[in-house]
Ligand binder design. Structure first.
Ligand SMILES: Nc1nc2c(ncn2[C@@H]2O[C@H](COP(=O)(O)OP(=O)(O)OP(=O)(O)O)[C@@H](O)[C@H]2O)c(=O)[nH]1
Ligand SMILES: [Mg+2]
Length: 448
């Protein structure tokens, strides 16, 4: 019996105290196991009907009572026989209930195993399975929207369209291989080329969503930097909406980098407060400043925080190449030094809250402007795995087009097109993907 034929069980809700805990059982013997645990021999659970039941330990002790629902294969999340039991949400009672199902013949599920089975039974493709985890992990509204649309099949549909189009080209080219004496006529060559180019453009458009995809899944690395005492920690607190970082009038207060996840206009931000930049003899402060510089090197967005009551500093500002950059003139409640007049920069006061909303707006614009992926109603944003497949596809397509243009034998063109097709297929998991399955589902949480 393969592992995929075993009946599995897990707690599907988060462990800990809660109103309800849900234990999920899936596999060929789920219904029988449920009959044993609920002591309902001869009275099988009717599919899709919640029934009040009692959970029994093997020695007959009643562990809990609650509601059981059976989903008959294939009309279930996994496509298998599934039984779900919702009982009291205490950690001990949930553990005992799960143990009862295991004692009756189920084995503990591995992380992501339910969703893996849903994929294996054709309930969803790989992009949708990945979206399940994106949905669970989403840290902001936009991340949630992207995950929901991917779960609904948005990315799958795009990939399928490209595959169809490419398959058409492959079929045409391969038809020529069957007639070795015939070269691809110039007219047909042009037609095939046009179609392959359309696919290439579609792939490129998806690749353009890789950066939004990373920002939505990992958060926009936003680094607050500037001179000591400028108000970086105050700004972190103002944006987060609570006192996360220590604020004090003593310059050099923040020594280590401090991170907080926040959402700004639907965007997930990894906000990073840093040690103020200045020449220092203090070893701890120096180490903190080195961390600031490292954080800046990896930033997607750098917010330079400046005390607007002071004149512009003469010394060199930190390098933030690669990251978008915004200048924030803080403490405007105290007035602005004349040297800043007419200078660009967002005026804020962490003390009064003035300008913080406008700053959030500017952050949103700085991150999203100039990228088509953010603009449409449909938010398609590929992940790192999709990106790697799409890059391979684009490369093979490029090669196929060059081979076609050089008038080489159709065999060579077909070979490259097949590689491109295979790479597209890997995105949705249509081809042989056993080896990557384990890697993907291992990142899931238990019971999902
Ligand atoms: N009046 C006024 N004071 C502010 C404002 N923002 C911060 N401060 C004060 O400025 C001082 C320094 O603030 P911090 O947020 O600790 O500054 P920092 O940039 O994190 O400083 P280091 O961690 O030392 O680099 C504190 O006394 C704050 O209360 C503001 O908008 N207006
Ligand atoms: Mg600070």
């Amino acid at each position: 019996m393969s592992r995929h034929d075993e009946t599995i069980a897990a707690l599907a809700t988060a462990p800990g105290e809660a109103a309800v805990a849900l234990v999920r059982v899936s596999g060929p013997t789920a219904a029988q196991i449920a009959e044993t645990v609920f002591r309902r021999a001869g009275r099988p659970l009717e599919p899709r009907r919640a029934v009040r039941v009692r959970v029994h330990a093997p020695d007959g002790e009643v562990l809990d009572d609650g509601l059981a629902t059976r989903f008959a294969a294939p009309a279930s999340y996994t496509g298998e026989e599934v039984v779900e039991f919702s009982g009291h949400g205490g950690p001990q009672v949930a553990r005992r209930v799960l143990e009862a199902f295991l004692a009756a013949g189920a084995r503990p599920a591995e992380p992501g195993e339910f969703t893996q089975r849903a994929f294996l039974h054709g309930k969803m493709d790989l992009t949708q399975a990945e979206a399940v985890m994106d949905l669970i992990r989403a840290q902001s509204d936009l991340a949630l929207r992207a995950a929901r649309q991917q779960l609904a099949g948005g990315l799958r549909e795009r990939i399928e369209q490209l595959r169809e189009a490419l398959l058409d080209v492959v079929a045409h080219v391969e038809a020529y291989i069957d007639f070795p004496d015939e070269d691809i006529s110039p007219e047909t060559g042009v037609a095939l080329r046009t179609r392959a180019e359309a696919v290439r453009e579609g792939v490129a458009a998806l690749l353009d969503t890789a950066r939004p995809g990373r920002l939505l899944r990992e958060g926009v690395r936003t680094v607050l930097f500037g001179a000591p005492n400028a108000g970086k920690s105050s700004l972190l607190n103002a944006l987060a909406g609570f006192d996360r970082a220590i604020v004090s009038a003593t310059p050099g207060t923040t020594r280590d980098t401090i991170e907080e996840f926040i959402a700004v206009r639907g965007l997930p931000l990894r906000l990073i407060d840093t040690a103020g930049l200045r020449a220092s003899d203090d070893a701890v402060e120096q180490a903190g400043i080195a961390r600031t510089q490292r954080a800046l090197a990896e930033a997607d967005l750098a917010l330079e925080v400046i005390d607007a009551t002071l004149p512009p500093a003469a010394d060199a500002v930190a390098s933030t190449e690669g990251a978008a950059r915004l200048r924030v003139l803080n403490k405007v409640d105290l007035g602005e030094h004349p040297a800043w007049r007419g200078q660009p920069g967002l005026r804020v006061s962490c003390r009064t809250g003035a300008g913080v909303r406008e700053l959030a707006e500017a952050i949103h614009t700085a991150v999203t402007s100039g990228e088509a992926a953010w603009a449409g109603r449909e938010l398609i944003a590929v992940n790192a795995r999709h990106r790697a497949c799409l890059e391979r596809c684009a490369e093979a397509l490029e090669h196929a087009l060059a081979t076609l243009a050089a008038g080489e034998s159709p065999e060579f063109v077909a070979l490259d097109l097949r590689i491109a097709l295979g790479a597209l297929g890997e995105v949705v998991g249509g081809t042989d993907v056993e080896d990557i399955l384990g890697r993907i589902f291992a990142t899931f949480c238990l019971g999902k």
